[in-house]
Design a protein around this ligand. Structure first.
Ligand SMILES: Cc1ncc(COP(=O)(O)O)c(C=O)c1O
Length: 427
């Protein structure tokens, strides 16, 4: 049964069919077409409650959860964040526009980005409550803005410690990373702020994405608190050790990483680090993306052809690297269930590849599966984060439809792209 545990919490097998929130996936595929993305609200609610309960349990001062919009942002997801009172991390003016359209109020919009343009910064100054400054050039642009509104400035520091994410492309905290400021750069930024009358009210770092060992957080928290101490942050100040807590993509990675333990480790080190330095406890912000939405998302693909090779069986599907580039980008390992007869005997080792003109257009390699045939539907779990937000129109692919599932209702939240959409920007 364990492969089923990668799927949304509401996934069950009824009459030999995989279902989510009680919905018949074959009927949804028929109605909306494939490839199709499904989001299960109950799984997202469960994840948000988990984080909020853990913070309540371990952290005695103010604490907030910020949803990292880069994982996947659309109006419906933005609306969902507000049902839990979450802040939303927006990278640049594009995500700010989506968050606003989804009803996220200014006081819950926080803006990230490693090289924010003047347009990004102007949008942030107009619509957000926090800009997390990545570098001195951004500070210069901010200082030149006509009006700085009600925006608070936090500094993104480079702690010089990464977490184990299994791939260099998903690490951000190491010494040679492009993200954030070194200690010397942070000092320069502070001198600039002093000279221009800009005040800093928070410290942020983010060490990487999809890790399950919280140990390296301790060292980075120390670096962050040292910097807060040096700046002299006091009163209501903010501390954000980023996001990045992992999820299970494959049965080899089960059980799911424990959010409670992640929050406990952070809270413990922030509390003890503040005590040692005589700092007041900050408003603590955790910034998860993947661990709030990845498990809620399921991609449904249809098998179009089977090809037998010397040591390989290919199941060629109608979705692939244009809706999920993660295997192509960093070898992410996935699992799958057939929608019909999901627990059938695994007699084959199947590699699942998309229809695009790249040999790297592969989603899964050599997964034990029941024998698949043309027109079978397969469901890929943990598809809710960094799939559609990184999707492309390669080969003229049209981005899939997205359906929001609750018990008793299935609602189209993003329609499938059309040929007209593909040509919309051509002049
Ligand atoms: C600044 C920042 N915060 C939060 C996140 C969220 O990471 P995850 O979705 O792995 O939780 C990211 C991801 O890259 C990030 O860059």
């Amino acid at each position: 049964m364990s492969r089923l545990q990668l799927f949304p919490t509401s996934a069950t097998i009824q009459e030999n069919q995989l279902t989510i929130a009680g919905h018949d996936l074959s009927a949804l595929a028929k109605k909306y077409g494939t490839p199709l993305y499904l989001y299960d609200r109950a799984t997202m609610d469960f994840a948000a409650h988990d984080y909020q309960a853990a913070l309540k349990k371990y952290y005695p001062a103010r604490a907030s959860i910020t949803y990292a919009g880069k994982a996947f942002l659309c109006k419906a997801i933005a609306q969902w964040t507000q049902s839990h009172g979450l802040w939303v991390d927006c990278t640049g003016e594009g995500e700010i526009a989506i968050a606003k359209a989804g009803g996220v109020p200014r006081e819950r919009i926080l803006v990230h980005g490693v090289n924010k343009s003047t347009a990004d910064l102007n949008s942030a100054l107009e619509n957000a409550s926090v800009i997390v400054v990545d570098n001195l050039a951004e500070l210069e642009r901010i200082s030149q803005a006509e009006s700085r509104g009600a925006v608070s400035l936090w500094l993104r520091i480079l702690p010089g410690v990464a977490v184990d994410t299994h791939h260099a492309h998903t690490q951000t905290g190491q010494h040679d990373s492009k993200f954030g400021m070194t200690r010397e750069e942070t000092r320069e930024a502070l001198a600039f702020c002093k000279a221009r009358g800009l005040s800093i009210s928070g410290i942020h770092f983010h060490q990487g994405s999809n890790f399950r060992d919280p140990a390296p957080l301790k060292q980075a928290i120390e670096v962050g608190l040292d910097m807060a101490n040096e700046i002299g942050l006091a009163g209501e100040w903010h501390f954000s050790p980023g996001g990045g807590w992992g999820v299970a993509y494959h049965e080899d990675e089960l059980p799911q990483p424990d959010t409670n333990e992640y929050a406990r480790v952070i809270a413990k080190h922030v509390i003890s680090g503040c005590k040692t330095r005589g700092l007041p406890l900050p408003h603590l912000h955790l910034e998860p993306g993947r661990s709030l939405v990845a498990r809620a998302g399921v991609a449904i693909y249809k098998v179009g052809a089977i090809k037998q090779r010397k040591n390989k069986t290919w199941a060629l599907t109608d979705g692939g690297m244009t809706d999920n580039p993660r295997h192509a980008m960093y070898g992410a390992k996935y699992s799958a269930l057939a929608v019909s007869n999901p627990m059938g005997e695994k007699t084959a080792r199947v590699s699942i590849a998309g229809p695009y003109c790249e040999s790297g257009d592969v989603i899964i390699e050599d997964l034990p599966m029941p024998k698949l045939k043309q027109d079978d539907l397969i469901a890929i779990p943990a598809s809710g984060a960094y799939h559609l937000s990184m999707s492309s129109n390669y080969n003229g692919a049209r981005k899939p439809a997205v359906v929001w599932l609750e018990e008793g209702s299935a609602r189209l939240i993003i329609r499938r792209e059309t040929l007209e959409d593909l040509l919309r920007r051509d002049l």
